[in-house]
Design a protein around this ligand. Structure first.
Ligand SMILES: Cc1cc2nc3c(=O)[nH]c(=O)nc-3n(C[C@H](O)[C@H](O)[C@H](O)COP(=O)(O)OP(=O)(O)OC[C@H]3O[C@@H](n4cnc5c(N)ncnc54)[C@H](O)[C@@H]3O)c2cc1C
Length: 441
């Protein structure tokens, strides 16, 4: 084996790549991370909120001085049926006390902090350097091509995000499959911390995570999100790529097909909801971004290793959208840490074969990463039911209207109102089928 090889090259300075760089630096390995953006975090978009409980044990004490925004104490879900809304809100007292379960984050700030920690451990991080291709030696991955240079390395970690061209070039995943991805748009609004706390009913430093489903996506797979940061709000929409690309005629049956359906107009309609308007009133729009999200769960994972290379984070497909929770960041950190540990062992044993590197998949299977991906394997399929985004919000809205309205006529009983709303909007047979499908998740 040539001596001029680096121990490892990491492609991508998102959370998966940075976590791996940090751990390999700490292990005293020669590690180079190449990031195409101006700096780590500059190209990264998230809702978002990071769940810390699963990853704290992997990096004890590491997150104590991380620049998080707010710890989340309030979860809310609003079902939208035109201008009618049904809000479910939950505050759990335990979430108000450290160690906090989850925090909102702004990736530009968080990833830069992470990158500084990795460099302090000896990782070499080079921004504005796009990796163009893999370097091959005797049929195995042996480094990368970047900026016209060949960079030989014993190990390559592909941590290049949801579109991972590196995993594709190594024949570990297919080119983009629309049904496995969603398109997201996000806006950040600057707002005074006091106004945030007053509008969301929070104590100083506390945060809220608010998701929206129903007619915000006009019958298509997806939903809206609103997160509170220290001095800003993150507002956005996620839309299934398959539905975005499909013709509208499939939705005629749901009486949604004739409505205007492009991402900017959906975002405008979303912002114009009174429920959103009251939160962003007087706030300054500071940023607008768009990104791809991986959503397929265990069924959409790439192969995770080949001779000389591993795949981590979104590049591998480690993300779960469960409608009420969106998870990707903690999977990225955990898979980056686990990949680094396996690379460290491979370097010690001087064995970079696929056979040895299968240890990575084994370790992931023992961790929460693959366990959760397997448990929620069928979530995407269950959530792909268009009724969830159309007739159910309408059904709940008309049931609650019947419950809370006292008019001139005598009232119907609650059971009769529920049956009438179900028959009118969903159909009893559809409701029964949909109820049974919930057993899969
Ligand atoms: C709008 C939105 C909302 C989300 N909300 C949440 C949420 O609330 N909670 C949650 O946990 N997750 C959320 N996610 C998912 C989460 O953001 C991802 O799972 C996570 O960022 C994955 O991290 P990563 O390091 O694998 O990839 P990324 O963060 O995408 O990082 C990949 C990096 O690779 C770089 N790169 C790509 N190609 C190359 C190349 N050829 N050469 C060099 N560099 C390259 C990119 O510039 C980027 O910096 C959301 C995602 C989106 C888009």
């Amino acid at each position: 084996m040539a001596d001029d090889k680096l121990d490892a090259v990491i492609v991508g300075g998102g959370l998966a790549g940075l976590a791996a760089a940090y751990c390999l630096g700490e292990a005293g390995r020669q590690v180079l991370l190449l990031e195409r953006g101006d700096e780590p975090g500059s190209k990264n978009v998230t809702g978002g909120r990071i769940y810390l409980s699963p990853i704290r044990p992997l990096l004890p004490g590491f997150f104590d001085d991380a620049p998080f925004e707010r710890h989340v104490v309030k979860e809310a879900l609003t079902m939208v049926d035109g201008r009618n809304t049904t809000l479910l809100s939950h505050v759990q007292d335990r979430w108000r006390h450290p160690p906090y379960m989850s925090y909102t984050v702004l990736r530009a700030r968080f990833d830069q902090w992470f990158s500084t920690r990795a460099m302090e451990k000896g990782a070499f991080i080079v921004p504005r350097r796009r990796v163009d291709d893999l370097l091959w030696e005797d049929g195995r991955v042996a480094g990368v091509h970047a900026g016209g240079e060949e960079i030989p390395a014993h190990m390559v970690l592909a941590a290049d995000g949801a579109l991972s061209f590196m995993a594709e070039k190594a024949h570990l995943r297919q080119p983009l499959v629309p049904s496995r991805h969603a398109v997201a748009v996000k806006e950040v609004y600057g707002l005074d911390p006091g106004a945030i706390e007053e509008r969301f009913g929070l104590d100083p430093g506390e945060g809220a995570a608010h998701l929206f489903m129903g007619s915000v996506t006009k019958g298509r797979f997806g939903g809206g999100f609103l997160y509170t940061n220290k001095e800003s709000l993150s507002l956005g929409l996620v839309l299934g790529m398959d539905d975005l690309m499909r013709g509208s005629e499939e939705f005629d049956v749901l009486k949604q097909g004739s409505e205007q359906f492009d991402v900017p107009s959906l975002m405008e309609d979303f912002e114009s909801l009174p429920e959103i308007g009251r939160y962003i009133k007087g706030a300054d729009l500071k940023e607008y971004s768009a990104h791809i999200i991986t959503e397929a769960g265990a069924g959409g994972l790439s192969r995770l290793f080949t001779d000389g290379m591993l795949v981590a984070g979104d590049a591998a497909g480690f993300a779960l959208n469960m409608g009420v929770t969106v998870r990707g960041m903690e999977f990225a950190v955990a898979s980056g840490v686990i990949a680094a540990r396996v690379i460290d062992e491979a370097l010690t044993k001087n064995d970079f074969s696929a056979q040895f590197l299968s240890l990575y998949e084994k370790r992931l299977r023992e961790s929460f990463v693959m366990k959760d991906m397997e448990t929620f394997r069928h979530t995407a399929e269950v959530l792909a039911n268009p009724r969830l985004f159309t007739v159910y919000p309408a059904c709940i809205s008309s049931l609650l209207e019947a419950v809370f309205t006292i008019g001139e006529d005598p009232r119907k009983g609650l059971y009769r109102s529920a049956m009438d709303a179900t028959k009118k909007h969903v159909g009893v047979w559809n409701a029964f089928k949909d109820f049974l499908s919930l057993r899969k998740i």
